[in-house]
Write a protein that binds this ligand. Structure first.
Ligand code: HEC
Length: 184
């Protein structure tokens, strides 16, 4: 009797184990199907509609006039309190310009920044039509509005136009103060 009970218990539990395994497999299948459907729904419905809506009307217009979303170019480059060398490196100037006294600044895309020497020449150039009257102002203008005067032999549109949005007054002031005094 006891053995029979044991046996039947055993076979019962073996049976229920099988049922349980089958149940798990079926459940997994259902969950997999559901999650695929769900994923498809999520990726097709709201986001696609969103992406479609947000990109298609904006792209034909000028991308820079996109006011609603934050762009990478809106992030400030520096606090302005950094050491000068870091300020020039962090702002990217060092990539394009060689600046005497700023060791990492060895770039050759733009002119050597010796505005103590060249600043007065720029202002005296008949081709100069900017609004600066001092070298300090000329340096600031060159950073904020590079197209105001294009140094002969260099291309306009190489220097970024977004420094006015990414540098605060302190950063601008400290860079201009340094640059206007570099002579050669
Ligand atoms: C992608 C390259 C590039 C970067 C980055 C860049 N510049 Fe320039 N920069 C140029 C070029 C090219 C010119 C010359 C054409 C012109 O006058 O617009 C120039 C011109 C200048 C001038 C006028 C120089 C002169 O002799 O009259 C100043 C000042 C200047 N840049 C400062 C800066 C400062 C400060 C930074 C960083 C905040 C910077 N630039 C970042 C490429 C660059």
């Amino acid at each position: 009797m006891k053995e029979f009970m044991k046996k039947s218990k055993f076979s019962q539990s073996a049976g229920s184990r099988e049922t349980f395994l089958i149940f798990i497999v079926v459940a997994c299948g259902i969950m997999a199907t559901l999650s695929v459907n769900l994923f498809n729904d999520l990726s097709s419905d709201p986001s696609e509609a969103h992406v479609g809506k947000s990109t298609s009307p904006e792209q034909p217009e000028s991308p820079s006039s996109n006011v609603s979303s934050v762009e990478l170019t809106d992030v400030p480059l520096a606090t302005g309190t950094e050491p000068l060398e870091k300020l020039f490196v962090q702002s990217g100037c060092a990539v394009c310009h060689t600046i005497p006294g700023i060791a990492p600044a060895r770039g050759r895309e733009g002119p050597r920044l010796v505005l103590g020497t060249n600043g007065p020449l720029r202002l005296a150039d008949p081709q100069y039509h900017g609004t600066a009257t001092t070298v300090r102002e000329y340096v600031q203008e060159s950073i904020l509005n590079p197209g105001a005067y294009v140094v002969p032999g260099y291309s306009d549109r190489v220097m970024p136009r977004w420094y006015g949005r990414r540098l605060n007054a302190l950063a601008l002031d400290r860079m201009a103060e340094y640059l206007e005094n570099v002579t050669e």
